[in-house]
Ligand binder design. Structure first.
Ligand code: PMP
Length: 400
């Protein structure tokens, strides 16, 4: 066998790592310390003693510690069947199907419902799991500028006569921008053009809507959209995700979604953890009010200091710096001041849109928000001249 095959791969991956380092895009795994501003535990549930006790109870009540197989074989525990029924009620849809992660849910859903010849309209800021699902499907992709409904409306109208099925895909609360999609208008556009709508509620579940049921529920459209993906790894402090929609969609996914079919079912006691989280989320109005009030205070304080945090008003607050170096510098300074933040760089966000993403949870106090803003100002003032300008270019250019 020619020697170049194995050594070709080795030198290529080394070269790629060197190039990532050069562009300040190299990432390593680290354990964050300090006030946690990188967490998706929006309701502060992960460390609550009552929640831990509920998980211990779920473990002790479970007959089996393993799921023993995929759902289509021996892994279909009663706990999952019952939780899916309960979750559909929570989501306000006819049915729900649990996947092992939000990534698997989005990839399984989109890669199975779309086929080559279909057209999928996708917001440019959609999450990688949505993008990967669309790519795998082989459907034609039309990417519209972030929240640009004029562009989307025109693109839909242009393709009205096309033979294939049409689908609009959006996050409800955007994970990197912290702004909210006008779901009612998206549904109207879909309807007017013979398209369906899929909504990813990963960052909205638990935080928005009546009893934390998400933004589709807040807009009152949960029964009308084709599918809603609710993940459990963020405000629900658990793992996995439910694809919520009609009973026919559920049956279809059980038969066709490869990320559901060809994987071991999650352990049955995880269903108990998710159930406990759901109960907590539904009665967490005071946490939601606090979260919104610290988010508003943070955005106002940033604006007062001339910093840009986008058009949103949610608990996800990006502070745009443009250059990778500047975002890295500010994040590093904040960490040395006791704030656990990470810079967000391409390819997670577009080139030139590097930022520090501040993700608030209900555990954060108003006093900590003010300390944080002072620390950001101090970090910017200490910027070395070589760090590049505060370019403030973002994925939001179309809407800001
Ligand atoms: N959708 C969005 C919008 C996300 O932000 C994420 C995770 N960051 C996912 C889906 C994937 O969910 P999970 O982490 O459960 O795989």
């Amino acid at each position: 066998m020619p020697e170049t095959f194995p050594s070709g791969i080795r030198s290529r991956i080394s070269d790629e790592l060197a190039s990532l380092r050069k562009q300040s895009q190299f990432r390593d795994l680290e354990i964050l310390h300090g006030v946690n501003l990188s967490s998706n535990d929006y309701l502060g549930l992960a460390t609550r003693p009552e929640f831990k006790q509920a998980v211990l109870d779920a473990v002790s009540q479970a007959e089996s510690m393993g799921s023993t197989g995929s759902r289509l074989l021996s892994g279909n525990a009663r706990a999952w069947k019952d939780l899916e029924t309960e979750f559909a009620q929570f989501a306000g849809t006819e049915a729900a199907l649990y996947f092992g992660s939000g990534y698997a849910a989005n990839v399984g859903l989109l890669s199975s419902i779309l086929t080559p010849g279909d057209i999928v309209f996708s917001d440019e800021c959609n999450h990688a799991s949505l993008i990967d699902g669309m790519r795998l499907s082989g459907a034609e992709k039309i990417i519209y500028p972030h929240l640009d409904l004029d562009f989307l409306g025109k693109a839909l109208a242009e393709h009205r006569g096309a033979a294939g099925a049409k689908l609009i895909v959006t996050e409800s609360l955007f994970s990197m921008e912290g702004d909210i999609a006008p779901l009612d208008q998206l549904l109207r556009l879909a309807r007017a053009n013979g398209a369906e709508l899929v909504i990813d509620e990963a960052h909205a579940i638990g935080v928005y809507g009546p009893q934390g049921r998400g933004l589709a529920a807040q807009f009152g459209i949960e029964r009308e959209v084709f599918a809603i993906v609710h993940t459990c790894g963020k405000a629900l402090a658990s793992m996995g995700a439910f694809v919520c929609g009609g009973a026919t969609l559920k049956q279809f996914l059980i038969n066709r979604a490869r990320t559901f079919i060809f994987t071991t079912a999650a352990v049955p006691y995880m269903a108990g953890q998710i159930r406990a989280a759901l109960e907590f989320a539904q009665t967490a109005d005071s946490k939601r009010v606090h979260l919104q009030s610290i988010a508003t205070a943070l955005r106002q304080a940033l604006r007062t200091r001339g910093l840009r945090s986008g058009n949103g008003n949610s608990h996800i607050v990006p502070v745009f710096f443009g250059s990778n170096e500047m975002a890295l510098h500010v994040a590093e300074k904040l960490r040395s001041n006791g704030f656990a933040v990470k810079p967000i760089r391409p390819p997670t966000v577009p080139a030139g849109a590097a930022r520090v993403r501040l993700s608030l949870t209900s555990n954060i106090t108003l006093a900590q928000v003010h300390q944080l803003v002072s620390a950001i100002s101090a970090a910017i003032e200490s910027t070395p001249p070589s760090t590049g300008t505060n370019a403030l270019h973002s994925c939001l250019s179309a809407s800001s």
